[in-house]
Write a new protein. Structure first.
Length: 371
């Protein structure tokens, strides 16, 4: 569905006024031309007639005298007829424009590469309609790609749900049926079952995440927050994940930076970025988080050491349902919504989020203006 901004509406109104003005100006010029032609004809005719000697018994003389005597009335009649002809011509011209525009409107939604062609007088309309057609085509392409990614995601998640569920059922069945299992094996099976159950919980949460992302509109509840202290707390909560890969996380900040933002939503942004840094970091490496203030903007940079992300993937990394890791066996694979939601939250704060990757260093940069 296309939506039109106030600027588009103003542009359309101005375009209508311009077309109306052109038609009126053209009609006035044609009327003036008719009056001028008629006036010149009268003057030239009178001058020519003055060169001859006329007699009362000549029929042509009587006709010319009749025209001379009734010249004002005849002039009005001819001018009136001329005006009617001009107005009918302008009316037919406007109907022709309308037919051209209606035909072009049908062509907007045709899935072809042929651009709309209109008469020269409608060049502004032509440009506008071609822009709309290009936007429609781009929106259709993006919608199809998003729908395909979403369908693939449902298939992948269904597969992912089945795999750990099968493992849980299998190990619990062993514990129920095998009475002679040692305590060590029982502990092992229970641990595996718990891990798989937690994985199931994560996947179910992803389903809810998809629903929330599609059905809710994000709004901000701003409050003043100490950004440095907030990131210190988030880093502390991630310590168990750091230990699993023997990662070191360091926060660099010149001073305690306090700013206005939605604390819960920005916590979600930083949580997603730090989780990605952990998932895509080499073992025994470091994660560096830097906070700095540049005039009226706060910049938060997340750096981690991992496989370089190709440029074509970087360009799509903030798309909904896009996953860097397409392997379904990886624990790092999520629904592909974390970065898309993070981008939306940052942009709601009138900021921007950027991604870079080279020389096995992955960088995410968040820029938020001071409100």
């Amino acid at each position: 569905m296309l939506s039109y901004s106030k600027e588009d509406q103003r542009s359309s109104t101005n375009l209508k006024k311009e077309l109306t003005r052109r038609l009126i100006v053209r009609a006035l010029i044609q009327i003036a031309a008719i009056i001028t032609f008629f006036s010149i004809t009268l003057v030239v005719g009178k001058l020519i007639c003055a060169q001859y000697t006329w007699y009362d018994d000549e029929s042509l003389y009587n006709i010319l005298k009749y025209f001379e005597y009734n010249a004002p009335f005849i002039a009005i009649v001819f001018c009136f007829i001329g005006v009617i002809i001009v107005l009918l011509s302008a009316w037919r011209k406007s109907l022709g424009y309308l037919d051209n525009v209606l035909e072009a409107t049908e062509n907007i939604y045709h899935n072809d590469r042929e651009l709309i062609k209109l008469p020269t007088e409608l060049i502004e309309v032509e440009n506008k309609m071609n822009q709309i057609k290009l936007n429609v085509r781009e929106n259709e392409r993006a919608t199809k790609e998003a729908e395909q990614r979403k369908n693939d995601l449902v298939v992948y998640l269904a597969h992912d749900l089945k795999t750990p569920l099968t493992s849980v059922i299998g190990y619990l069945s062993l514990l129920r049926d095998e009475r002679q299992i040692s305590e060590e094996l029982q502990e092992k099976y229970l641990t595996i079952s718990l891990d798989k159950a937690e994985r199931l919980e994560d996947l179910i949460n992803e389903f809810f995440e998809i629903t929330r992302f599609n059905l809710s509109t994000l709004t901000l509840e701003l409050s003043r927050v100490n950004l440095t202290r907030m990131l210190e707390q988030i880093i502390y909560e991630f310590k168990p994940m750091f230990l699993e890969k023997n990662l070191q996380c360091t926060l660099h900040s010149d001073s305690n930076i306090t700013m206005m933002f939605d604390v819960y939503k920005m916590q979600r942004v930083f949580d997603n970025l730090l989780r990605n840094a952990v998932n895509y970091s080499f073992e025994n490496s470091t994660i560096d988080i830097t906070i700095r203030q540049k005039e009226n903007t706060v910049v938060i940079v997340f750096n981690n050491h991992g496989n370089t992300i190709p440029e074509e993937k970087l360009q799509r990394i903030f798309e909904q349902f896009y996953r860097l890791d397409t392997s379904r066996t990886s624990k790092s694979g999520g629904a592909g919504l974390g970065l898309a939601i993070a981008k939306e939250i940052v942009e709601l704060h009138r900021g921007e989020i950027l991604a870079h990757s080279e020389n096995e260093i992955i960088t995410f940069e968040v820029r938020i203006p001071l409100l």
